[in-house]
Write a protein that binds this ligand. Structure first.
Ligand code: ATP
Ligand code: MG
Length: 381
């Protein structure tokens, strides 16, 4: 008997029709990438994927973070013979020792002489006659004993939930505006999970924001890369832009004008790097710069789709995801952020595009954008 991991992927991938092969190939490549430095073997049995290896738990820890994988099951791989299946099932049932159970069989190999119902029934009665104090309950069993019959037979031992989503890299690319906060890493995770390739941009206001603030953003990008693989993080200098706005524009318009510059830089970098869209961690109404009016005024300077995966989410729900994906603890470290240092006392919550455009006439927008882009640093994580 040998134990292997059965890899299940999101049902959406099955629905891809002619493109299904491409999605499956990408997913398989992504799985192989995370396993490249450990010992494993990829096994196919009638369209099902299995991974064998010395350290199954170690393999699961990595593969459960691969976008597109929905569940991983440790299964016992045995010859498709009834006596062997019975023996393994009994052993597992004795280990689990539930009060009630039922058997679920999937017979994919029609050459096997019994159908699924017959296998389940025979296994059920075999267990009942070999264990005490145990009953069948088809409605609410404590344990479901699952068996699959293909070229080999597989008896399930343990199931681990994986991240789900779509294979990373299959659904275009985005420039994520990554701050050191709680929201933007979650936004990046969510679009990345839908298969969108992530690139990040961080606006750094040195010396008003410290090297440690920048390190924190690098750490967050690194955590995201544990799901996606290599990520490019662009660090764009933002101080001159902010200083210019402070000097030349009205105080209550500072935030919205700054947001428009962030959007311009993200779009410009996306254009240069061939990236299709922009993503932010905004959620409607969360703060003054995230009112409907403010979002519309920021979008005005964008020449590409702006995705806001958190737009309809509550802060608490966002924090729950941050905890689950492992970014929360880093996000709450108390380093200053470019938006927190220059905050107007009474920011405009309902900015009007015409007025903002008028105020921006005082600025040399093109030169400011060019200077920031020319001095942008690339960090690969
Ligand atoms: P977060 O928790 O992601 O920082 P927030 O609730 O603090 O979000 P803001 O600070 O208004 O909200 O920022 C809104 C969005 O703008 C962020 O989610 C992020 O996408 C982007 N952003 C803000 N500051 C920066 C920055 N310094 N560098 C890059 N992107 C930023
Ligand atoms: Mg922030």
């Amino acid at each position: 008997m040998k134990k292997v991991i059965l890899v299940k992927y999101a049902s959406e991938i099955f629905l891809k029709g002619l493109n299904r092969n491409k999605f499956e190939k990408k997913l398989k490549d992504n799985i192989k990438k995370v396993l490249k430095d450990i010992d494993y073997k990829f096994i196919m049995d009638q369209n099902r994927w299995f991974i064998g290896g010395e350290d199954l738990e170690g393999i699961i820890e990595r593969v459960k973070k691969v976008f597109g994988v929905s569940e991983l099951c440790i299964v016992r791989m045995i010859p498709a013979e009834m006596e062997e299946i019975k023996a393994q099932c009994l052993e597992i049932m004795k280990e689990v020792s539930p009060e009630t159970f039922k058997v679920e069989t999937k017979r994919a190999d029609k050459r096997f002489p019994m159908n699924s119902m017959e296998v389940s029934r025979e296994l059920g009665s075999f267990i009942l006659s070999n264990m005490e104090d145990i009953k069948v309950d088809v409605n609410k069993p404590q344990h479901v004993l699952q068996v699959e019959i293909r070229g080999n037979a597989y008896v399930y031992e343990k199931k681990v939930k994986a991240v789900g989503g779509m294979p990373y890299g299959m659904n275009g690319s985005t420039m994520l505006m990554l701050s050191g906060g709680i929201d933007s890493p979650v936004a990046g995770y969510l679009v990345g999970r839908r298969g969108v390739e992530l690139n990040c941009v961080y606006y750094h206001s040195s010396p008003y924001t410290s090297e440690r603030a920048k390190e924190k953003v690098k750490d967050l990008a690194k955590i995201l890369s544990s799901y996606t693989g290599r990520i490019n993080l662009y660090v764009a200098p933002f101080t001159n832009i902010q200083m210019s706005i402070i000097e030349k524009c009205r105080e209550d318009e500072l935030t919205i004008i700054m947001r428009r510059f962030m959007m311009r830089l993200a779009c410009e970098l996306a254009e240069i790097k061939g990236i299709a869209s922009v993503t932010t961690g905004e959620s409607v109404g969360q703060v003054a710069s995230q009112t409907m009016e403010a979002l519309i005024v920021s979008d005005d300077v964008s020449d590409r789709p702006v995705f806001r995966p958190l737009i309809a989410m509550d802060k608490n729900d966002i924090m729950d995801i941050a905890k689950e994906i492992g970014t929360f603890e880093t996000s709450i470290l108390p380093y200053e952020d470019c938006c927190t240092i220059f905050v107007p006392k009474h920011p405009k919550t309902k900015p009007r595009l015409k007025e903002i455009m008028k105020s921006e006439e005082a600025l040399d927008i093109e030169a400011l954008v060019k200077e920031a882009i020319d001095n942008t640093e690339l960090i690969v994580l």
